[in-house]
Structures are given as structure tokens and as C-alpha cells.
Ligand binder design. Structure first.
Ligand code: SAM
Length: 240
């Protein structure tokens, strides 16, 4: 609904994402980088109408328009320091995909795995997303390759995926922990590996030798890991 004839509008979420990413730290910086990240979009009652999703099975990917709810209270920043530029070079907000932007709108293309309709309630299973748990979804549209895929597009330094320079390995303790938790989360080892290989550390920490122990929460698990030289060791995986 349009609140007035001015340039101010109000929108309503159509659903919410259930995601293994419980905190911002560790979430990949774009979709598609961590394929084992699964999620579910639960449609709110008003929009949970099977006929509104009729035909959606033919698509492999969907565009999600969403609200950066966790950073929405912060002011937008006209210039930002993208982690890809080492965290010390500024560029304009509209030249980045920063979440500190006017209107707090996010846009991600994700893999669409399947639709589930139970007792008239609609849930969409997705993967490869970059969304925090409980992210409000504002709209869903199909990804249409002939129009949306632009192989000739240029993106300067952002053109290619970041290079992966780290290798990830698991301690004996972590392997024992994973053997237990994999029963509940079948692709857990690959998921953790894909998350960590992105090097989630903030740019300024990548050079600090004395702060090299970290923890990331995925699902209800605390993943403890350590960086040494070019190597990440997963130390243990504890149920929270
Ligand atoms: N692909 C989207 C886009 O281009 O609009 C998001 C890009 S943004 C750089 C990705 C980061 O947003 C993630 O790494 C995570 O830290 C953050 N994020 C994801 N969901 C969020 C939410 N609901 N609220 C605030 N930040 C969120």
C-alpha cells in the first residue's frame, strides 16, 4: 500500500527465512558461495496460498527480495569499506552490495530445491543463500536465465569470486563431534568446510597473529576454529 502520494511507501513481509546462520559472522558475502547452506522460507498465513506458487517447480533458482532486519536500525552509509578491498578502501554505497543502505533492501539469487505444502501451509526449501535466520522476505521472483544471466557483464575487482587461499582441516576431536552431529545435519562437514574456506575473518584481523581463535554458530552448534598460517583447523563442534 502507498501511504501517501509522496515518495514514501510501506511494505509487508510475505514470509520468514529459517536459516542455519544464527549470527552475521560466518555468513558468506554473497549467495552461491556456500552451496550446502540450506534454508526454508515459511510463508506468512496471508501469503501461504498454494495457488500463488503454482508453476514455481519449473525454476531451479529464485530471486529473493528481503529486509536486512538485523542492521536496519543503523544509518545507511554513503561510502563503505568492502571486505574485498581489504577493508581500508572506501567506495560508494551504490557501488556495493553493502547492507547499510537506504531502505535496507537485500537481493539474493538462491537455488530452489522444492516446495512443501502441508495442511495448506507453503514452505520453500532453498540452498546456497546468504541470509541470517529470521530474515523477512518481501518478495520472490523466478530467475530467468535469458534475461538475468549476463556473461559479458563487467564488475571490476568484484568480477571474480574471491580467491580461496586457506585450507580447512578437522582435529580428531572435531571429527568425533561431527560423527555425532552429522546424524542430525547430514552435510555438516562439507557445510563447515565451505563456510570457513571463505575466510570469514574481518579484513583487519587477517594480519593479526595474536587473535587467531574464533567461533561460529551454525544451526544450534558452536564451531570452534583456529587460523595458523594458511590453514584453518576446526577444533571442536559443541551443541549449544
Ligand atoms: N546478496 C545480498 C544483496 O546483495 O543484497 C546480501 C549481500 S550482503 C553483503 C551479505 C551479508 O549480509 C551477509 O554476509 C550477512 O553478514 C548480512 N546479512 C544477511 N542477512 C541479514 C539480515 N537479515 N540483516 C542484516 N544483515 C544480514
Amino acid at each position: 500500500p502507498i501511504s501517501s502520494s509522496s515518495q514514501t511507501f510501506s511494505v509487508e513481509a510475505i514470509g520468514t527465512v529459517l536459516s542455519p546462520y544464527k549470527q552475521k559472522f560466518g555468513i558468506p558475502r554473497q549467495p552461491g558461495l556456500v552451496k550446502y547452506a540450506t534454508g526454508i522460507i515459511e510463508l506468512h498465513e496471508k501469503y501461504s496460498r498454494p495457488e500463488a506458487f503454482d508453476g514455481i517447480e519449473q525454476y531451479s533458482h529464485l530471486w529473493l527480495e528481503f529486509y536486512f532486519h538485523q542492521t536496519a536500525d543503523a544509518d545507511w552509509k554513503p561510502s563503505v569499506r568492502p571486505p574485498r578491498l581489504g577493508g581500508n578502501k572506501k567506495i560508494g554505497c551504490f557501488a556495493t552490495r553493502s547492507n547499510f543502505r537506504p531502505n535496507n533492501l537485500g537481493l539474493s539469487v538462491v537455488r530452489f530445491d522444492r516446495i512443501e505444502i502441508q495442511h495448506g501451509k507453503v514452505r520453500l526449501h532453498i540452498s546456497g543463500h546468504d541470509l541470517l535466520d529470521q530474515t523477512p522476505i518481501l518478495d520472490i521472483k523466478p530467475y530467468i536465465p535469458y534475461s538475468d544471466s549476463l556473461p559479458d557483464a563487467q564488475a571490476g575487482v568484484f568480477e571474480k569470486e574471491p580467491e580461496q587461499t586457506l585450507n580447512v582441516h578437522f582435529s580428531n576431536q572435531a571429527n568425533q563431534d561431527l560423527a555425532i552431529h552429522q546424524q542430525q545435519y547430514p552435510n555438516l562437514t562439507s557445510f563447515i568446510q565451505e563456510v570457513l574456506i571463505q575466510d570469514p575473518r574481518p579484513a583487519y584481523m587477517r594480519t593479526k597473529a595474536n587473535r587467531n581463535d574464533f567461533s561460529i554458530q551454525l544451526y544450534d552448534l558452536d564451531i570452534k576454529w583456529r587460523v595458523e598460517d594458511n590453514s584453518i583447523e576446526v577444533i571442536e563442534v559443541i551443541k549449544l
